[in-house]
Ligand binder design. Structure first.
Ligand code: 5GP
Length: 195
């Protein structure tokens, strides 16, 4: 998605440890117009798949997930990173190791909101090692629901998450694919193929 790629190029900052900082439009301040365009793009790539729910993880997945949900006309459920102390037995949970924070936490979703009748689209801001997506897939499996696909705003294609999802035969759509963040420079998959 050209508009997203341009935004990453002009405003993204490469931090140490292969981390891309996009706080000015995705992870802290949110560019609502860009999120709207991202929602339209996801909705067109995942149309006619019988999607009944969108699932994401708080907090940075929520904006693109909601924009997509508006167009597909379905609810969004965000997995919580902190368990509420009540009704723990009424939750689907899965462990997720955070790449950026280097810690493992359980994510959870209430059993009220995903059932075996659902066809679920997963949306998230980043795909790196794939742990967040694996956690969401585990929760969807616990609910005996179907997975329609995974929509990612920024895939770091040099990390194993994308391959892991595709190997499972799951439809993966990433709107920007970064092939390297070496030496503070970012290269996009499309560009490295062109060279
Ligand atoms: P994964 O579980 O695929 O390793 O990482 C996915 C999660 O880690 C995303 O939801 C995102 O919050 C965070 N993440 C991974 N890599 C980056 C990065 O380079 N920049 C930012 N801002 N977040 C990242």
């Amino acid at each position: 998605m050209r508009r997203l790629q341009d935004k990453i190029k002009t405003e993204g900052k490469v931090l140490s440890g292969n981390v891309l900082k996009v706080d000015s439009f995705l992870n802290h301040q949110i560019d609502a117009q860009l999120m709207k365009a991202i929602g339209e793009e996801f909705a067109s790539r995942f149309k006619n798949l019988g999607i009944t729910k969108i699932v994401t993880i708080e907090s940075s997945g929520i904006a693109p997930a909601v924009m997509t949900a508006l167009i597909l006309d379905v609810p969004v459920i965000f997995a919580r990173k902190k368990k509420s102390l009540t009704l723990v037995e009424h939750l689907y949970t899965a462990p997720v190791h955070s790449f950026t924070k280097n810690e493992t936490n359980d994510i959870s979703i209430s059993k009220d909101f995903i059932t075996s009748d659902d066809t679920v689209l997963i949306i998230d801001d980043f795909l790196a090692n794939g742990q967040a997506v694996l956690g969401l897939l585990a929760i969807i499996e616990q609910a005996n629901a179907k997975v329609a696909g995974v929509g990612i705003v920024i895939e770091k294609a040099f990390q194993p998450g994308g391959e892991m999802v595709r190997e499972k035969g799951i439809k993966l759509e990433s709107l920007a694919e970064i092939s390297s963040l070496n030496d503070g420079e970012m290269t996009f998959v499309e560009e490295s193929v062109e060279q």
